[in-house]
Design a protein around this ligand. Sequence first.
Ligand code: FES
Length: 394
Amino acid sequence: MPNDNSSKQTVLSHVVGYQEVVDHQQELIKSGTDLSEQKGHVANTIASLHPKRLQLTVTDIVENTPSTKTLRVKASDGRTLPPFLAGQYINLFATVEGSDTARPYAMSSSPAQLSYYDLTIKRATPGFVTHHLLDAVKVGDQLTSTGPMGTFYHNPIFHGEQLVFLAGGSGIAPAMTMIRDIADQNKPLSFHLIYLSSFETDIIFEQELRELNEAHDFLTIHSLVSRPTENYQGISGRITLDKLQEFLGEGDLNERMYYICGPTPFNESCREQLTALSVKPRRIRIEANGPPKNPETLDGWPQEVAAEKEITVTIQGKGSFKARVDEPLLNSMERNGYGAENACRSGECSLCRVKVVSGEVYNPVEAKLRKTDAQYGWCHSCVAFPTEDIEIIL
Ligand code: FES
């Protein structure tokens, strides 16, 4: 019977490129190279490609619409920024009114160049961090962020070559970077953008999208405005089932991959309509773009709990504070000086998990909780809403 080591060698020998690595290692040993130094080299290379923190300088600010600006940021040390996949985001740290917090923003620039990232930021209402970024940040300011992260991108192995992107409001940012990526790198993909804005004056990248549409055959765009003025000439109204069916036209809808990014009600409505058109769940990817607003309007919210209700959050061994039930737990923690590691702030990455020892928490559909989380009382604090007094462990 083969021992463990020989079975491992047999398996490894089938891995493509394994023998080349072994040969290279032998050469290095023969030439007297210290392999432990090589290990450090690998670790350093990985750290430079996937840094935990980036120091950035704002080099330009462009006003896209009255409610949206694009901040162009470069590495403060003048180096090239880490690579990213079109659709990924960085988590931008900020101190606002004395609270240390952070918000994720998808790059809207092309990943084909890494001399800068563009971050397209729309004013949230009510807002906190977006007001700071849009009103207080100026050219020359220093910012800190995580490296690029997230799983909302085209996977060429599983997603196929026909991409459909349903964007609501600032959800256009990851769509823009995907379009620029395909154009810049001549990728053999088709891209169909269905883009909903509230007002004509809110259409982010209107001019750039028009120019890209004229220049590239791979791109199809349907732009809608839900609350147009009387004279608006374009398509009015929300994305209904009829409209979606008409835009998507003939052909097997399950051959396409659907990316949805916008506010929670927009995302859920798009998902429902695609499902009604018999699109399989595995063909649909959703990026939540932040915690849901008005959680009291969502499925599963306890009807007897009013949005204005105040509860007490106690952090075991540390202290307690008051919070409204419609504020995400992570936000109220940060407001009161208690941080937790975080990145996506939309329920997906699980970095912000905290353990709830007592009391009820509402977890919306965004919270990608594991089965054992519910069993052992863990919640994703960025999208968790305590609906009564709770005690947690940080
Ligand atoms: S920060 Fe990612 S799940 Fe909360």
